[in-house]
Write a protein that binds this ligand. Sequence first.
Ligand code: SF4
Length: 215
Amino acid sequence: MKRETVKKKKNRIQTIVSRLAQAFPEVRVPLHHRNPYELLVATILSAQCTDEMVNRVTPDLFQRYADPRDLAQAPVREIEKVIRRLGLFRSRARNLKRCAQQLVKEHGGDVPAIMEDLTRLAGVGRKTANVILGNAFGIPGIVVDTHVKRLSRRLGFTRQDDPNKIERDLMELLPEQDWTGFSHRLILHGRKVCHARKPQCQICTLNDLCPSAIL
Ligand code: SF4
């Protein structure tokens, strides 16, 4: 197959940005939250866990620990009890407490709005940091989860496996203003249409733009 030039790839991804924006006009983080602290806690908990499950435990969690200071002082055993239903609750509880302690000690109880500061927090990698930057602070960030990874590869925008390298490849193809929305819409498209096992290429709005389409 003839190699696609970067210019053509950038044009193609822009058409995909528009199509996905039509298909999913509204993008919102499905994790319930009222402020950056709650979004941070919910996003840490959402690793290897569904958003629905996280939304079931966070109301109780946020009622008990309304801000990082409360969470930093809570006994780990008590946090474990609240999030028990999520699985891996021991390590998650330790991460939450440690993260809250860092927020209090190093950031005056606020969630930092800088990638390097966020990724120094316990339980926070680039994916979580990009969710916080994009949704709590309006700072563009590409969230590379399992859907974004799969779809970016199928759509021919990366050959990488490593999420950080995929993020970099997408950043080179997309203008900053599209980073947050595009990755959220790819996640929605991956959940609804481009499934891991059986992609629904016949009904996919991107099938004329996708090198992996099976029609
Ligand atoms: S055409 Fe198929 S493989 Fe390509 S994005 Fe759509 S569902 Fe996924």
